[in-house]
Design a binder for this molecule. Sequence first.
Ligand code: GLP
Length: 260
Amino acid sequence: MRVIECDSQDQAAELVAAEILAALARKPDLVLGLATGSTPIGVYERLVAAHRAGRADFTRVRTFNLDEYIGLPAAHEQSYRTFMKRHLFDAIGIRPGQVHFPPVEGNDLAAACAAYELTIKNTGGIDIQLLGVGSNGHIGFNEPTSSLASRTRVKTLTDKTLGDNARFYASGEGPPQMAVTMGVGTILEARRILLQSFGTKKAQAVHAAVEGPISSFWPASALQLHPDVTFFVDAESASLLSMRDYYRRVRANELRLRGR
Ligand code: GLP
C-alpha cells in the first residue's frame, strides 16, 4: 500500500490524472472503474482539459461505474449517471456504448448484477479503479459489515451515509435508501486502485483503511489485500496516521529513485 500525502487536493488530482493519462497513452482501450462524489471531480476536470488540449483520446476507453442509486430515474439531478455526464462523459465525447453502470431497474436485479460482473470480465477486467471513501470507511456503497468477498449487489445505505448525502436533496425529498454497488471482491479485482481522500471527516476512515486490522466494519481496510493500491490524501485526511513520517520518507525515496 502506498500513501502519498499531498500538499493540496489539486496536487492529488494532478497526480491521479497523470497516472490515468499515462495509462491511456500506453493502452488506448483502457478500462476504467469510475467513482462519483466530490472527491474525484478534480481528476475529471483534468481529464477533460487534456482531451480539449488534444492530449487524450477517449474514443476506445470503456468505463464501469462503482455504484448507482435505486429509485432515481437516469435523468434525475442526483443520479450518478447524471453526475458522470456532467463532470466527464459529455465533455470527452464518450459514446453511450462505452459506459456501464450497475443496473438499478427491472425486476431481476440479482441477475442483472451478475450480468454486470460478466461484462466487466468480458471487457478484460478493470485496469484502473478510481475510489473515494465514505466517512464510515465505505468504498462504492459497500457499507460497514459488507462481505470482503462481496460482488455487485443491492445495499441498503447506513444512516451515516444518508446523513452525509442529505445535503444534495431538497428538504422533504431525502436521499434514496438503497443502491447497487460493485462488491468489495469486485473492486479488489481491478489491476490498480487509486483512492483519494480529503478532509478531517475522512481521517478516521483513512487510518482504519491503512493501519487498522482488515475488517468488514471498515470496508476500505480490505484494500490492504490488494497488491497495487495508492492512497492520495491531504494533510487533514492523513492527520490520524501513526506512520505519517515514514510514508513521507517512502515517497521521497521513490521520487529520488525515479530521478536517477
Ligand atoms: C458516496 C459514493 C462513494 C464516495 C463517497 C464519498 O457514498 N458512493 O463512492 O466515495 O460518497 O463522497 P465524497 O467524495 O463526496 O466525500
